[in-house]
Ligand binder design. Structure first.
Ligand SMILES: Cc1cc2nc3c(=O)[nH]c(=O)nc-3n(C[C@H](O)[C@H](O)[C@H](O)COP(=O)(O)OP(=O)(O)OC[C@H]3O[C@@H](n4cnc5c(N)ncnc54)[C@H](O)[C@@H]3O)c2cc1C
Length: 374
């Protein structure tokens, strides 16, 4: 293939959704992924929560796309039989100081348009979730969980069905602007390199999105496209599941960079706790045993029946953030780069949480941008 209309770089949930939304008969769309299969990085390593747009600043892309994604996600799941559960979520305050922060959280959630959120007291809490201890909580009925692999399989099938091609085990190594598009040089896993041209280039490279933008000539520090890695680790609850809640239960967020260690019920009836977040400078998915006490201390205030013997290290994932240690949170970037002299390049940078929830809305948004270009 010497020339295609559209290249999507990265087959995580975002690239797969984008490919599914831009592919159509009469358009050549190529999905390029460095691993031998799709969804091998962050999209397989997360809490799988369908968020309801609670925490994000008003008018942010995160807030807007999360809200739209929540609605689209439930619609997709119902229509295509993708495993999911509308569990609902509680953000629980266990101290008077945390309780005092609930009204501000509620205001942000309502400002974002989150459906049906309300503060509830101990008696309503006991009725909803008798296994949780707290002074008060925000109840978010629109939250839930989804099988992220099933969602990715759906987007992949939709993309291929609409005519997209895939090149897996192929890493993008350089990008040069040419007449009418971009020349993309890639390396196959065997070490062979080859190049092709693409009229439109869509960067959905997750942890690699900053590097891909830099290949196209963008100064990632000036643009705030440099990606910082925030590792989130989980422990699995192996015993006493019948003593634990079936809803998602979150603490009042400790900082604006994290939502805090919460319960993650899964669709197979199991339960993880997490994530515990740390900044890292390389990809490392280990989960040290020594964190058991930290997980216990974080959860026992609202899950009093939990004990250390119930917990074993589980898995980790890494968020692609546009801000580093000590910096304030930054929004998603989803941007066509004509004004940087790079027409037809669409960058998606810093697609951290709620990227899974937002993925159907991101695909729709990018399809609209592509429509303007073709
Ligand atoms: C611990 C944790 C918990 C989370 N919990 C939630 C949650 O509950 N709900 C929610 O909505 N979101 C959650 N998220 C966020 C969500 O997982 C991400 O926003 C989403 O998965 C990002 O998808 P992506 O496709 O952008 O990235 P990825 O899945 O990382 O995909 C990017 C792809 O690009 C490929 N790539 C990179 N560079 C190149 C290159 N040069 N050439 C070719 N391919 C390349 C990579 O191999 C990768 O497959 C969580 C994230 C983490 C880490």
């Amino acid at each position: 293939m010497d020339r295609v209309d559209i290249t999507v770089i990265g087959a995580g949930v975002v690239g797969l959704s984008v490919a599914a939304h831009v592919a159509r008969p009469g358009r050549s769309v190529l999905l390029v992924e460095r691993h031998p299969s799709f969804g091998q990085e962050t999209s397989s390593r997360n809490s799988e929560v369908i968020h309801a747009s609670i925490y994000y600043p008003h008018d942010s892309l995160k807030g807007r796309l999360c809200l739209e994604g929540n609605e689209l996600m439930y619609g997709l799941c119902r229509r295509f039989g993708i495993s999911h559960k509308n569990t609902g979520k509680l953000i629980v305050a266990v101290t008077p100081e945390e309780e005092a922060r609930l009204p501000a959280l509620l205001k942000t959630a309502r400002g974002n348009g989150a459906q049906g959120v309300q503060v509830i007291g101990p008696s309503d809490l006991r009725k909803l979730e008798p296994r949780v201890e707290a002074l008060a909580a925000i109840h978010c009925p629109a939250s839930g969980i989804v099988d992220s692999h099933a969602l990715m399989r759906h987007f992949r099938a939709a993309a291929v069905d609409a005519g997209a091609s895939e090149a897996f085990g192929v890493e993008v190594g350089s990008i040069d602007m040419v007449e009418g598009g971009y020349r993309v040089r890639v390396r196959e896993q065997g070490g062979e390199t080859f190049a092709f041209e693409s009229r439109v280039l869509i960067n959905c490279a997750g942890l690699g999105a900053g590097e891909v933008a830099a290949m196209a000539g963008i100064d990632v520090d000036e643009a705030h496209y440099r990606i910082f890695y925030r590792k989130g680790m989980y422990f699995r609850v192996m015993r006493g599941l019948d003593r634990l809640p079936s809803m998602l239960v979150y603490p009042v967020p400790p900082t604006d960079a994290t939502v805090g260690i919460h319960t993650c019920p899964d669709l197979a009836g199991g339960m993880r706790l997490g994530p515990h977040d740390v900044w890292v400078d390389h990809v490392d998915y280990t989960v040290p045993e020594e964190l058991r006490e930290l997980f216990l201390r974080a959860c026992v205030p609202f899950l009093p029946t939990l004990s250390a013997q119930d917990l074993v290290p589980d898995m980790a994932g890494i968020q692609a953030k546009r801000f580093g240690p000590g910096e304030s949170s930054r929004d998603f970037v989803i941007r066509e780069e004509s004004d940087r002299g790079l027409p037809g390049l669409i960058n998606l940078v810093g697609i951290e949480s709620p990227g899974l929830t937002s993925s159907p809305a991101i695909g729709k948004l990018v399809a609209g941008m592509v429509q303007q270009l073709m």
